[in-house]
Design a binder for this molecule. Structure first.
Ligand SMILES: [Zn+2]
Length: 200
């Protein structure tokens, strides 16, 4: 079926297939739906995509998604600047925010240390975190990396790095099943885990 479609259609299907959870069938369905839209509808989507590509980048301070230099959290004077919650990725931050319990700032690592996938501490925003702590004003760093072996390794690496800095380093403990990533935890489990965090 695929080969009967014109090249521009196939190209868009190929691009959409790169998204997580989108197979060829779903991608094709999306594209066929787009073709049924008015030219304006398609142009709106195009405009949204290009304004995201041009105007959105990682926050200078924490690595979360930002329009401009600072993200919503770092630019918000009502957030508690003495606490930094370290997350693997943007989706994990969104999951923690959804709970609505945490009022501090974040630090997005951009992954976890992984020998298997060749991710070294230098490939993550770990140095930036140490610099933020060294700048002063931080009392606690919560290491909310996932409960996987790699998440644990990353947490221990950061704890060691922050040794002697005088900040409290903690880790959400209770109720996080081994192997789970923060993003997929339900809100109640996540809230309990954050509230019940223990010093590492
Ligand atoms: Zn930020």
């Amino acid at each position: 079926m695929k080969n009967h479609l014109p090249q521009p259609v196939l190209k868009l299907i190929d691009e959409l297939r790169k998204l997580p959870g989108v197979g060829e069938k779903t991608a094709t369905r999306y594209v066929l739906n787009l073709m049924n839209r008015s030219p304006d509808g398609v142009r709106n989507l195009e405009a949204a995509l290009s304004s995201m590509a041009e105007g959105v980048k990682a926050c200078d301070e924490c690595g979360f998604v930002a329009q401009g230099d600072l993200c919503d959290f770092c630019g918000d004077p009502s957030r508690d600047r003495s606490t930094i919650c370290v997350a693997e990725n943007v989706a994990d931050v969104l999951a923690i925010e959804k709970v609505g319990d945490y009022r501090g700032l974040y630090h997005v690592l951009g992954g976890v240390i992984s020998v298997l996938r060749g991710v070294t501490p230098e490939g993550l925003r770990i140095k930036d975190l140490a610099a933020r702590v060294a700048d002063g004003g931080v009392r606690e760093v919560i290491l909310a990396t996932g409960a996987s072996a790699e998440g644990e390794t990353t947490a221990l690496y950061i704890r060691k790095l922050l040794e002697g800095s005088g900040v409290k380093v903690s880790r959400p403990a209770t109720g996080i099943p081994m192997g789970s990533s923060i993003e997929y935890l339900d809100a109640v489990t996540l809230m309990r885990a954050l509230r019940g965090r223990k010093e590492l």
